[in-house]
Ligand binder design. Structure first.
Ligand code: 8YV
Length: 329
């Protein structure tokens, strides 16, 4: 007979100690202390046993994995905001509730996006590498010239929480804000950000100097930036992505970067993580980060707190605050 108040919670990856300790106090928690990602068999076993599963972006919870759900499994409390790793329709058919952790990684991800914009525009990684390689010959007026941010146009693809947090930061650097979104944002927000809305993504891509991908990965955004659209970008424009790799056709982007049709890229996410298109590795005008957008200790603790709150609310019989409704996606 499952203990409703102290459910068996299976956590698929290592979480911050403070979160794990609290989970041990509140739940019958099964932790993954050595942080080995679960293979499909282990994931199925966890689905069969758990009352609550706490997966992360590295666990592909597809229909086949969901078919292994045991009778006690009621809640998938994902550690992260994006839910593209979970087949929401199949979860709903199994009458499983799914929650995520929105809002608490907004600032960290926006900071990382701004860092990538700066790193690519001002050639930070190239310069750093040169010094470490012992190749710096000293200052020169025409050495390592990048581009000034002030006065440039930033085109944000996806004006949700992270897109807006990026826009606020970017305004501080003197960038003017352009955006494309499924829906136009409220007038007060547009006014605050002095943001220009583009109904046509194609038009925005052709007119902005920096393109930032900040929309979730959904069936509608898969390869939203395909070869045709990437070719619309200005030759001296750069692209940054801190959302999901699948929103951009990575191969097409690598080709265009190599051909000089796009001037540079800052990428925190990739289509087949942890694999990175080998062509990207060879390009000096590309800054690559290993999916670290939300990687702050504060952010990861806040995410864990949200997971705990969602589990507690659910087991107390309430609708958890971060319930994911699949029609939203
Ligand atoms: C998280 C992310 O680290 O929350 C997200 O959607 O992309 C990341 O920043 C990851 O998802 C944790 O599961």
């Amino acid at each position: 007979m499952p203990d409703i108040k102290r459910p068996l919670v299976i956590v698929t990856r290592k979480l911050p100690d403070v979160i794990e300790t609290r989970m041990m106090e509140l739940f019958r928690a099964r932790l993954n202390l050595d942080d080995q990602a679960m293979d499909r068999a282990a994931l199925k076993q966890a689905m069969a046993e758990a009352e609550v599963l706490v997966p992360t972006v590295t666990d592909r919870i597809d229909a086949d994995i969901l078919s292994a759900a045991g009778p006690n499994l009621k809640l998938i409390a994902s550690f992260g905001t994006g839910v593209d790793h979970i087949d929401l329709r199949a979860a709903r058919e199994k009458r499983l509730t799914v929650t995520n952790t929105p809002g608490v990684l907004t600032d960290d991800t926006a900071d990382m996006t701004m860092a990538l914009i700066l790193a690519v525009s001002r050639r930070l990684v190239e310069g750093e590498r040169l010094i470490r390689d012992g190749e710096w010959q000293g200052w020169s007026p025409t050495f390592m010239l990048g581009h000034r941010l002030k006065g440039k146009r930033l085109g944000i693809v996806g004006m949700g929480r992270i897109g807006r947090a990026l826009a606020r930061r970017a305004r501080g650097f003197g960038l003017s804000i352009h955006y494309h979104n499924r829906r136009r944002v409220r007038e007060e927000v547009e006014q605050e950000l002095e943001a220009t809305y583009w109904d046509s993504l194609d038009q925005m891509l052709a007119r902005t100097d920096i393109v930032s991908v900040n929309c979730p990965r959904t069936p509608a955004t898969y390869h939203l930036l395909n070869a045709r659209r990437l070719k619309l970008m200005k030759r001296d424009a750069i692209i940054v992505n801190t959302s999901r790799g699948e929103v951009i056709d990575e191969k097409a982007m690598a080709d265009l970067l190599r051909q000089g049709e796009i001037a540079g890229a800052g990428l925190d996410v990739f289509e087949n993580e942890p694999a990175v298109n080998p062509r990207l590795l060879k390009l000096p005008n590309v800054v690559l980060m290993p999916h670290m957008g939300s990687a702050t200790i504060e952010g990861r603790i806040d995410m864990g707190e949200k997971v705990i709150i969602n589990i507690r609310a659910f087991t107390d019989g309430h609708v958890p605050p971060d319930r994911v409704i699949d029609t939203e996606f």
